[in-house]
Design a binder for this molecule. Structure first.
Ligand code: NAP
Length: 251
């Protein structure tokens, strides 16, 4: 059985590692090619877009892909929609591997918003002086006109678009520690944190630091997974899904 892993996440890399242990399953991991120096999974890797759902469907057919695991980031909604379309069209089994979102505790001061534009509108109204923006470089445009706040902007690679006028840019790649996040937020006098509900352990420390420091958080909710697509929450569950598929195909 030949599997396509749509990747770009720690879960996708963990899945690739797990599949090397399984007989009769070969796989190729796909990365978008967005970040410089991406962390590479073990095994075969291809890099770059497919050319929309049509291109992905052609790829799946041409390479004889038997199953697709969409292990992309929870906010990578376009490739997830494309995978659902391409797999539907080619009758290829598809599972979405989505790590759970972050859980709000009783002591958290979180405001949930449906998208980045609403997050930017909420920031514009907020009395905090300094805002810690961790939503990623491609979502900065929504905040670019805000000249009322100072922003601490953290991205993996340098943003190519415009930053808000009063910005301090930090280039960094997780995982982050609680001590580091606490120090950073204290050093910059952060009064508001903005994050997507990415989930996972790599970037969760900022939420623990915000909790300790009493810093409110604006959390952008995840886009929905396309209707009717099977979703699992762990790498083990994705492996089980593939093994069941392999065993069914083997009769
Ligand atoms: P996106 O908006 O859903 O996808 C935009 C386009 O990028 C897709 O239409 C596709 O191009 C290409 N693409 C995305 N993921 C791909 C993959 N794994 N392999 C090949 N092509 C891919 O995605 P995004 O939010 O830009 O994220 C890009 C990648 O970064 C994803 O793989 C994701 O797992 C990873 N990532 C995203 C975030 C985030 O916050 N969005 C955070 C961490 C990591 P074509 O239409 O040409 O096929």
């Amino acid at each position: 059985m030949r599997v396509l892993i749509l990747g770009g996440t720690g879960e996708a890399r963990a899945l690739a590692a797990a599949l090397t242990e399984l007989a009769d399953i070969t796989f190729v991991s796909s990365l978008a090619g967005r970040v410089s120096r991406p962390a590479l999974p073990v095994g075969d890797v291809r890099i770059g877009g497919f050319g929309g759902p049509d291109g992905l469907a052609t790829y799946v057919t041409d390479l004889g892909i038997d199953a697709v695991v969409d292990a992309t980031h929870p906010f990578a909604a376009t490739i997830t929609a494309n995978a659902a379309q391409a797999c539907g069209r080619t009758s290829t089994p598809l599972v979405v591997l989505r790590r759970p979102g972050w859980a709000q505790t009783a002591t958290d001061d979180w405001t949930w918003v449906p998208d980045i534009a609403t997050a930017a509108a909420a920031v514009a109204e907020h009395p905090a002086e300094t805002v810690f923006l961790t939503t990623g470089r491609r979502d900065l445009a929504a905040f670019a006109d805000d000249d009322r706040h100072s922003f601490v902007v953290r991205t993996v690679d340098p943003p190519d678009g415009q930053l808000p006028p009063r910005s301090t840019l930090l280039l960094a790649r997780g995982p982050y520690t609680l001590d580091g996040e606490r120090d950073l937020m204290k050093e910059h006098g952060v009064g508001l944190l903005v994050t997507k509900d990415s989930g996972g352990s790599m970037t969760v420390a900022k939420l623990a630091a915000a909790r300790e420091l009493g810093v409110p958080v604006i959390v952008v909710a995840r886009p929905a997974v396309p209707v009717g697509v099977t979703t699992v929450a762990t790498v083990d569950a994705a492996v089980d899904w593939l093994v069941r598929l392999r065993d069914t195909a083997a009769g």
